[in-house]
Design a protein around this ligand. Structure first.
Ligand SMILES: Cc1cc2nc3c(=O)[nH]c(=O)nc-3n(C[C@H](O)[C@H](O)[C@H](O)COP(=O)(O)O)c2cc1C
Ligand code: SF4
Ligand code: SF4
Ligand code: SF4
Ligand code: FES
Length: 648
């Protein structure tokens, strides 16, 4: 079968070993070395099959990212293909794509050209989709997305509020192209940034371009990418490495997985451009082994890039060589820290080391090494391809471009959202996220995972960028955005994140190993109603010492969620300590179950299920719960059909 990546005729001499410098441009604009109408028409036909479905040629884009895959999307793809073939339909094509971003509604299917968005598609829906949508151009209404607030059906993908206010640059290909088809990436102008860099720019010019773009690292700290590259470029040594940090250890974060599964070539192209700029000829993608689909798709993409002369020796006949390997990590949070990550690739236990020397000077196998995050690398092709002026129109003065967030928690729409830097938290949560679930009230947003912090309602109009969030006591971090409502206890949230960091501490340095344990013990006591007046000062002082004295970023940021909740929700700590009360009614130890005698029908069901027999009463005597004996298991609350049992 002819595909875009293949030669048009025998006049094309491009192979991996005899590369043509015009190969990338030629795929979409060619042929360039000979003038042949049939070759040109063939290219255009192949391009339009990928890019421009029309009513006679529909594209059925089935999400085959991890979320949808686990709910059976591969079977849907097979059934759709079989269904079309059985009916002899050749005017529709089924494409397996990466994550559409709305995993909780999965498996999701988009049908082009109308961008019809079907949600929670099941095997039994396939015939109807083919008969109605593909053959008769009618919508299968029951599968359309219904807005939880307005109750309206979304006619197409772009009117679903999760997508309407996004600015999808890095995620643009995800959900549209088949990540296992390099032709699709090429048709979407893929590898043009690489071709431009290595054929028309010196490495210094590439570094300058990235500096000018204002791109900052998306892995957490927001370090300027161009500056990082120039430091590594300036380091002495003929052998240098680039690494892609795809460890993604933050709880709730799946941005990097989305990019790797949906558009692996963008990450590879970014790394190629970075390697050329820095002077590296070898690279590693360090990806956690819990991401098998991402690793599979990366392997396929690397093989395809090699076969087509875009990875390996003398790339596009430029003399630039680059070899790329994947290292699967065992999934320890600390292995995302760059020196620990390097140790892990070298086959040692993933433990951080003291910096300096920084990896830019002495990194993998002692050689200068540049590490960037998945999303950072994926930004690079767009900057090179479209130029700095185009890129800097998005974002704020000091934080350019877009950021992908994993929006989760008590919000109506959860998923992957890409927004321009500078958007407000209110826009993300209430427009894109569709507001708070179950009509509850917003309480806080936890940003940046275990290294980040919680911001209250007063901060909802803050413009999201690196500096604003850090000043407010949170951070962009890797991009976790967890929405909390009035049923969430903020002391318990601090306890949750601390228990994560405490378990993930590598144990090498005392402040982190011992300090996080002590903080956690105090928080557990407070949530049990055993807090003491002096605990607040102890927490604050110890947190500051841990931040100042820990060896690596894990310990240095571990107290952040605690400090942010103390800053904005101190009253909740005080209620737990001084009034032995959890204002959110979330800490079990501080809850009291009581029977409302107005509502109670004296049916006796609650006392039958109580495991410690602490409910007494009968037809003539009111039912009561002995709060001293009650173990707060909640069995009676669940059992009572009359809502006569409540929590206080
Ligand atoms: C404990 C810890 C875990 C980290 N985990 C990740 C991670 O999963 N992915 C990532 O890109 N960066 C992670 N980082 C940040 C990296 O060490 C490093 O700063 C980043 O990969 C640099 O890339 P960037 O400049 O593109 O952001 C982590 C840092 C620490 C301290
Ligand atoms: S310009 Fe290069 S890639 Fe295009 S047809 Fe000629 S040899 Fe092949
Ligand atoms: S701060 Fe924590 S994770 Fe980092 S080196 Fe010290 S003990 Fe290990
Ligand atoms: S189950 Fe409810 S209604 Fe029945 S006795 Fe218990 S509290 Fe009363
Ligand atoms: S995996 Fe299908 S929408 Fe995310």
């Amino acid at each position: 079968m002819k595909v875009l990546v293949n030669p048009c005729c025998e006049k094309c001499h491009h192979t991996a070993s005899t590369p043509c410098s015009d190969y990338v441009q030629c795929r979409t604009e060619g042929p360039l070395c000979h003038d042949d109408v049939s070759c040109k028409q063939q290219r255009q036909r192949l391009m339009s099959l990928i890019l421009e479905p029309d009513r006679r040629n529909k594209q059925i884009l089935v999400c085959n990212g991890t979320g949808c895959f686990s709910s059976g999307s591969q079977t849907l793809i097979d059934l759709l293909r079989e269904g079309l073939a059985a009916r002899g339909i050749d005017t529709a094509d089924v494409r397996s794509t990466g994550c559409h971003g709305f995993c909780e509604q999965g498996p999701t299917v988009i049908i082009e050209p109308d961008k019809t968005f079907y949600t929670k598609v099941k095997e039994e829906d396939i015939s109807e989709i083919i008969e109605k949508d593909i053959l008769r151009d009618e919508k299968v209404e029951r599968l359309l997305y219904e807005d939880p607030v307005s109750g309206k059906l979304a006619a197409n993908f772009e009117t679903v509020n999760l997508f309407a206010k996004q600015k999808r640059i890095i995620l643009d290909n995800c959900g549209k192209i088949d990540p296992e088809e390099i032709s699709h990436y090429l048709a979407k102008d893929g590898y043009k940034g690489l071709a431009k860099a290595i054929q028309t720019m010196s490495p210094d010019e590439v570094v300058e371009e990235v500096k000018k773009s204002g791109l900052r690292g998306r892995g957490g700290a927001g370090f300027p990418t161009g500056l990082k590259w120039s430091l590594c470029r300036q380091s002495e040594g003929a052998k240098k490495y680039v690494i892609c940090n795809a460890d993604e250890g933050d709880p709730g974060a799946f941005m990097d997985r989305g990019v790797l599964e949906g558009d692996p070539h963008a990450v590879i192209e970014g790394m190629l451009i970075g390697a050329y700029a820095i002077g590296a000829d070898e690279g590693y993608i360090y990806c956690r082994a819990e991401y098998p689909l991402a690793i599979d798709r990366l392997r396929t993409a690397i093989a395809q890039a090699e076969e087509n002369g875009l990875l390996g020796n003398n790339i596009l006949n430029s003399g630039f060589n680059f070899k790329l390997k994947i290292k699967a990590g065992a999934g320890a949070f600390v292995c995302g820290e760059e020196t620990a990550l390097i140790a892990s690739i070298e086959g040692k236990r993933g433990m951080p080391t003291v910096r300096p020397p920084y990896p830019a000077v002495k990194g993998l196998w002692g050689k200068p090494t540049n590490i960037n995050n998945v999303e950072t690398w994926a930004n690079v092709p767009y900057i090179l391809r479209n130029g700095t002026d185009w890129y800097t129109q998005f974002g704020t003065e000091k934080s350019k471009g877009t950021k992908i967030f994993a929006l989760t928690g008590k919000v109506n729409n959860t998923g992957l959202v890409e927004v321009p830097m500078g958007i407000t938290l209110r826009d993300i949560i209430f427009d894109i996220g569709g507001g708070i679930k179950d009509g509850n009230q917003f309480k806080a947003v936890q940003i940046g995972g275990p290294s980040g912090g919680c911001l209250p309602e007063e901060m909802l109009d803050i413009k999201v960028d690196y500096d604003n969030l850090t000043a407010a006591g949170a951070m962009v971090g890797s991009g976790g955005l967890v929405i909390l409502d009035n049923t969430t206890c903020m002391v318990d949230i601090a306890r949750f994140f601390l228990s994560f960091t405490q378990k993930e501490s590598c144990g090498k340095c005392t402040p982190c190993r011992e300090g996080t344990k002590r903080l956690l013990e105090i928080l557990i006591r407070i949530t049990k109603g055993e807090g003491k007046a002096e605990d607040l000062d102890t927490l604050e002082n110890l947190a500051k010492v841990i931040k100042r004295t820990s060896l690596c970023g894990l310990g240095q940021t571990a107290p952040n969620p605690l400090l942010a909740t103390l800053r904005y929700f101190r009253h909740e700590y005080e209620a737990h300590i001084f009034e032995k009360r959890c204002p959110a009614h979330a800490c079990t130890a501080l809850m009291e179950y009581t029977v409302d005698n107005e509502k109670c029908k004296r049916c006796g069901q609650c006392s039958k299920v109580c495991p410690v027999g602490c409910i007494t009463g009968d037809k003539d005597t009111p039912y009561v719960i002995d709060t001293q004996k009650c173990i707060k298991c909640g069995a009676c609350l669940k059992k009572c059909k009359f809502n006569a049992i409540s929590l206080a």
